[in-house]
Ligand binder design. Structure first.
Ligand SMILES: NC(=O)c1ccc[n+]([C@@H]2O[C@H](COP(=O)([O-])OP(=O)(O)OC[C@H]3O[C@@H](n4cnc5c(N)ncnc54)[C@H](OP(=O)(O)O)[C@@H]3O)[C@@H](O)[C@H]2O)c1
Length: 271
């Protein structure tokens, strides 16, 4: 853990973002700092969180960071002990992993990591920070699901199932916490070019999928605007909203077939 303080910012309002070193998490952290939140960054060790922390410090807020592997339960408990020394008003469960693979090519660790990070870390961190969040006059939880939560998909199998878990977990929690002044929202991002690996996978997909790609800065800004406006289910972008409607209308067997065929094509193209 490490601290970078500035003399500005609001001493009372902290936002904790997991998976903040790059991709969507980084842009969520930068946007929250621009909204005058003090920032708690969490990511794996040795991923240059100190550089991002310096960038955020220049926005005149306090920044602290905690480097740890969230697939280990004891690390989550240490993170919570540290995080509970700050008054937390916003929790963003962004850290997540996934990918596309034939199930026969997926190692045990690959499957374990998706389940431990996307499912266990999200639910444990949330559960353990709720006493802190409910001590604040008003607080917010934003969980990052995916458009992949709207259908089972062959060759991805565990990832969409984990994002469906986040969907159901968030909606149940929203119901349970609404009387406690905690707003719980879930965002379902479509394709985002967050790192070279993900960008390559997206480029292998159809023109339709590529047309739905939205800049990270915009996904972060729109998601936060809707979170603070109290919207429970957040879909960013017209094309993603359209896809959501089509996916709801298509028979289950048809949509599984279409989506799985597209992912298989993407895997075979990169083999
Ligand atoms: N990219 C897309 O197209 C897309 C679409 C829909 C939904 N999403 C979801 O959006 C979220 C962000 O995705 P992204 O593409 O921005 O991710 P990313 O660029 O791969 O970044 C993932 C973040 O999670 C952190 N992380 C990974 N494993 C971790 C672990 N075991 N312990 C602690 N931190 C860990 C990474 O830290 P390090 O940098 O330290 O490794 C990084 O900060 C994820 O939940 C993802 O499932 C992404």
């Amino acid at each position: 853990m490490s601290t970078i303080n500035s003399n500005m910012g609001n001493d009372l309002n902290y936002a904790l973002i997991t998976g903040a070193s790059q991709g969507l998490g980084k842009f969520l952290a930068l946007d929250l700092a621009k909204r005058n939140y003090n920032i708690l960054l969490v990511a794996l060790p040795n991923e240059n969180l100190n550089i991002l922390a310096s960038e955020i410090k220049d926005l005149n807020v306090n920044v602290e960071f905690f480097e740890t592997d969230l697939t280990k339960k004891e690390n989550i408990l240490s993170l919570i002990k540290w995080a509970n020394t700050f008054p937390i008003e916003v929790l963003i469960n962004n850290a997540g992993c996934g990918g596309s693979k034939y199930i026969n090519d997926a190692s045990e660790d690959y499957i374990d990591n998706i389940i431990l990070l996307n499912i266990r870390a999200t639910s444990l961190i949330t559960k353990l920070l709720i006493p802190n969040l409910t001590q604040q006059p008003k607080s917010y939880i934003l969980n990052i699901s995916s458009m992949a939560a709207f259908s089972p998909i062959g060759y991805k199998t565990v990832y969409p199932a984990s994002k469906k878990f986040i969907d159901f977990f968030s909606l149940g929690l929203h119901e349970e916490l609404k009387s406690k002044n905690v707003t719980v929202s879930v965002v379902y991002p479509g394709p985002m070019k967050t790192n070279p690996d993900v960008s390559q996978r997206i480029e292998e997909q159809s023109k339709f999928v590529n047309a739905g790609v939205i800049e990270l800065e915009d996904v972060a800004r729109i998601s936060l605007n809707k979170l603070f406006a109290g919207k429970t289910r957040i879909i960013v972008g017209k094309l993603n909203k359209f896809s959501r409607i089509i996916l709801a209308l298509l028979p289950l067997g048809t949509k599984i077939k279409i989506l799985s065929k597209a992912v298989k094509k993407e895997i075979d193209a990169t083999k």
